[in-house]
Design a binder for this molecule. Sequence first.
Ligand SMILES: NC(=O)c1ccc[n+]([C@@H]2O[C@H](COP(=O)([O-])OP(=O)(O)OC[C@H]3O[C@@H](n4cnc5c(N)ncnc54)[C@H](O)[C@@H]3O)[C@@H](O)[C@H]2O)c1
Length: 272
Amino acid sequence: MSHNLLKGKKGIIFGALDNKSIAWKTAQRCVAEGAEIVLTNAPVALRMGTIRQLAEECNNAPVIPADVTSNEDIEKLFDQTLEHFGGGIDFILHSVGMSLNVRKGIHYTENNYDFMHKAFDISAISLHRVLATAMKKDAINEWGSVVALTYIAAQRVFPDYNDMADAKALLESIARNFGYQYGVKKKVRVNTISQSPTQTTAGSGVKGFGDFISYAEKMSPLGNATADQCADYTVTLFSDLTKMVTMQNLFHDGGFSFTGVSEAVITGMGER
Ligand SMILES: NC(=O)c1ccc[n+]([C@@H]2O[C@H](COP(=O)([O-])OP(=O)(O)OC[C@H]3O[C@@H](n4cnc5c(N)ncnc54)[C@H](O)[C@@H]3O)[C@@H](O)[C@H]2O)c1
């Protein structure tokens, strides 16, 4: 059901790879709520994924290739987006993450530093690059809203999340610090959503992910939040109903983050 929450708003959605992606669901929800969007992903992901199908569904949204680690690509992305809309945008979803240490199953204590740098660049510094480029080009309208997706491993230890935990801590810090700067300069808000584990391509790369999803489900009073529910929450942050929310890390996890232990988990342990 649509509430026209984003009627007249325009935005860029990073990171829709396939129909499981959180960005895919968010793109669909934004358009259903009346927004016009531009879709972007890394050139290699555009070749492998099915984003054209999503673009058609989203009123033939332009698909602009951009590797988030390239200044040049991000500059071009904003230039082409501003040209397409004939003016500024109102929201950005940063739904991007990748670690070769995770992909190759390299233990945290033995991480390869080239891979670690790459993980930080793709998963965290890219948010700075996107915001700095947008600011330089004055691409985001007043009261615009930027959301990046994160995970609770930024605050607490989940050993198999590997160097992505450090990347997410950096991402959340950039959201706070750039959120301050962009708020003062143009009332643009920047937040992170800390989402439940979700069965997607990026998620499935984490070792033991299936078992971990079941554990989180048992630990969360409301159960795990789905990608569709994450899209709904993101829409509220892009809307004018949340204008004074900025520089926050917002947990969207069915209560997992504040649960010490649940009866379901204790019962599952059995008698010692
Ligand atoms: N799935 C989960 O359990 C979960 C939980 C919390 C947060 N998140 C976060 O949500 C976001 C989206 O992930 P997802 O789970 O939808 O998986 P996904 O694999 O569908 O999305 C990750 C996206 O990052 C893109 N990407 C990777 N390298 C890139 C580059 N150099 N330039 C541009 N794009 C690049 C990929 O092409 C892909 O579209 C990520 O930040 C992820 O860390 C996921």
